[in-house]
Write a protein that binds this ligand. Structure first.
Ligand SMILES: [Zn+2]
Length: 329
């Protein structure tokens, strides 16, 4: 499929919840950028997470939107963290062409203790563990999974390390989350979540230009690192590092404007945006299928007050079944 390109000067802004692919020809950089508003409010609002948990999940959601929309085939892309911190699990997945869902699991007592101690940075909440990216093509194919340790860095840093180590692509990821207060039509104060993010990758024609100095403190690897970073990538990387969180999330600064500010001198071009929708893939039929595989004892154990209620962890929808649907007459 040919991608329509638009010059920034006569561009209609993509708006919230639309991932904007871009290219900076002069720097051999390709990337994607997004601002999330309604989607984020819908997902986070459904769960009533404490603010530090909501922020963390919002970062995972932005990352999932940025990376999931880059799939070139029908499938599912999942970002998942597992750690020993108060927030032991974050899951966000994107199913092509446009469906995103997410949830977080946390220990209330451990979280309250962390908040009391002022230890609510993302690394402190996640603890030690792993970040996994899973790409599932479906059709019975083995999913591909890439794993990087949660090493006390932020999610954006860890994601960057993943691309650098696993994909050998110099990559810079930025993620930002903000809580905004405004007023609804009736003038009542209203709380809004916003988030934004950007991923930039260095993809020159000549692969030898992609080599980078090794990471400091990397798994005891003391091989010589005599190659220095390519100038074009240095420039792009530094530009991306200058972005403030405020700029990523500001409703007054559409993401195209940010891209223009960063890269206009190098010839930035944007492509057709891709919508991301708050949509879960759960269904009554799917859950019934799972319950169908339960033994009579398991069905009995799942029953409460004469019914079996199953709540989807992602979207909080509760499906109710009668035990008679599963017990053989
Ligand atoms: Zn669901």
């Amino acid at each position: 499929m040919a991608e329509a390109t638009v010059e920034l000067s006569d561009f209609n802004f993509a708006g919230d919840d639309r991932v904007v692919p871009f290219q900076v020809e002069g720097l051999d950089v390709r990337g994607r950028a997004v601002q999330l508003g309604p989607l984020l409010n819908a997902i986070l609002g459904r769960h009533e997470y404490p603010a530090p948990v909501a922020r963390l999940l919002a970062e995972a959601i932005v990352l999932t939107a940025l990376l999931g929309t880059s799939l070139k085939f029908d499938g599912k892309f999942t970002v998942q963290t597992k750690g020993d911190g108060p927030v032991d699990l974050l899951v966000a997945d994107f199913t092509s062409p446009d469906s995103l869902r997410a949830y977080a699991r946390y220990d209330e007592d451990a979280l309250a203790a962390a908040v009391a101690d002022g230890k609510t940075s993302p690394p402190e909440l996640l603890g030690a563990g792993v970040l996994a990216f899973t790409i599932d093509h479906g059709h019975g194919m083995q999913p591909y999974q890439g794993i990087v340790p949660l090493d006390g860095s932020s999610l954006e840093e860890i994601a960057g390390v993943y691309f650098r180590q696993s994909e050998q692509i110099p990559t810079k990821v930025r993620l930002g989350v903000a809580e905004l207060l405004d007023r609804d039509e009736a003038g009542k104060p209203r709380h809004n979540w916003r988030a934004g993010g950007l991923v930039a990758q260095f993809l020159p024609q000549a692969p030898e230009r992609m080599r980078q100095p090794d990471l400091h403190g990397g798994d005891g690897d003391e091989r010589e690192h005599d190659h220095s970073e390519d100038d074009a990538w240095s420039e792009a990387r530094v530009m991306v590092e200058t972005i403030d969180t405020d700029e990523l999330t500001d409703p007054q600064v559409p993401i195209e404007r940010l891209l223009f500010r960063l890269f206009h001198e190098r010839g930035v071009r944007v492509y057709k945006p891709q919508s991301v929708l708050d949509r879960c893939s759960c269904s009554r039929e799917r859950l019934k299928g799972i319950l169908d595989s339960f033994s009579a004892e398991e069905i009995e154990a799942s029953e409460q007050d004469g019914e079996i209620a199953v709540t989807c962890e992602f979207c909080s929808t509760t499906y109710r079944f009668s035990p008679e649907e599963f017990t053989a007459a």
